[in-house]
Design a protein around this ligand. Structure first.
Ligand code: IPE
Ligand code: IPE
Ligand code: MG
Length: 263
């Protein structure tokens, strides 16, 4: 049975894993005659809000897209201000995250980051590693294609060393080599800023995500809009390739796919 077919549809339920593409900071700043960096700083407010909302509502995992593989090609000054912001934000927020019981992890190509930022990330991850609450992932220097390539490289290395045979590679094993190996697939993708595209975010893990596109620029994202995204999600019929009729049928008639637990 494929991973997709092993889900159980439950339209009213809360998403277990929310992914957010936090877009629109630059436009938010430009509309106020401010530097783009001010927009990125203002974007910290809705980050805190989403962490709080997810923690309070019992969402298992929240993955925030903060800086893509492609964002390295922005003007050097903007890249530098973003890297500075990651440093200061992690430094400032880690205590509060720890108090809230949040487990923080950074996903992405961290070798591209400064040694100082890498060390700070490692310390923050270590400090919060044992926390039982929200699993918070910050995607920095992250690309969905990078993630798939690094997983392929890991598995190829295991094959080359004789630890793994190519025919043992299936969807489950491949997913286990990705950055979000220990998390369920994203159930809901929220993208702010009005664009309707993936922009190289979690290509594998979004396979069956519901997509909520918000016109709000990220610094303007608030609790009411977060609630609207959850309501949108609750209103979807998630079919995972089955027919609507199969979903309405009693479990025995729907076959083994309907009885299997969500991954
Ligand atoms: C998202 O906001 C933050 C990053 C990509 C780092 P943008 O900086 O892309 O803002 P817009 O889309 O230009 O308004
Ligand atoms: C996506 O936003 C990346 C992040 C929010 C971190 P971009 O602004 O980089 O995406 P495009 O360029 O509009 O596709
Ligand atoms: Mg953008």
């Amino acid at each position: 049975m494929s991973r997709a077919a092993s889900h159980t549809a439950s339209p009213e339920s809360l998403p277990r894993h929310i992914a957010i593409t936090m877009d629109g900071n630059g436009r938010w700043a430009a509309a106020r005659g401010l530097a783009r960096s001010s927009g990125h700083e203002a974007g910290l407010v809705p980050v805190r809000l989403c962490v709080e909302e997810c923690s309070e509502r019992g969402v298992e995992a929240l993955t925030l897209f903060a800086f893509s593989s492609e964002n390295w090609s922005r003007p050097a000054e903007e890249v530098a201000s973003l890297m500075g912001l990651f440093l200061s934000a992690i430094d400032r927020e880690v205590g509060e995250l720890d108090r809230k019981g949040v487990r923080l992890r950074i996903i992405g190509n961290r070798q591209a980051l400064s040694v100082r930022l890498q060390a700070q990330i490692a310390a923050a991850e270590q400090r919060t590693a044992g926390n039982p609450g929200l699993k918070l992932q910050l995607a920095v220097s992250y690309g969905g294609r990078w993630d798939i390539v690094q997983a392929a490289r890991t598995l190829a290395g295991q094959c080359a060393s004789g630890a793994l045979r190519p025919e043992q590679i299936d969807e489950g094993r491949f997913a286990g080599a990705l950055a979000l190996a220990d998390l369920p697939d994203a159930d809901l993708l929220i993208r702010t800023g009005g664009e309707r595209r993936i922009s190289n975010f979690l290509l594998w893990n979004l396979a069956y995500a519901e997509l909520y596109f918000s016109e709000r620029l990220w610094p303007d994202f608030d609790r009411a809009e977060f609630t609207r995204a959850l309501e949108f999600f609750a209103g979807r019929e998630r079919r995972f390739g089955l027919t609507g009729g199969q979903l309405q049928a009693p479990p025995s008639a729907a076959g083994p796919a309907m009885k299997a637990p969500r991954p």
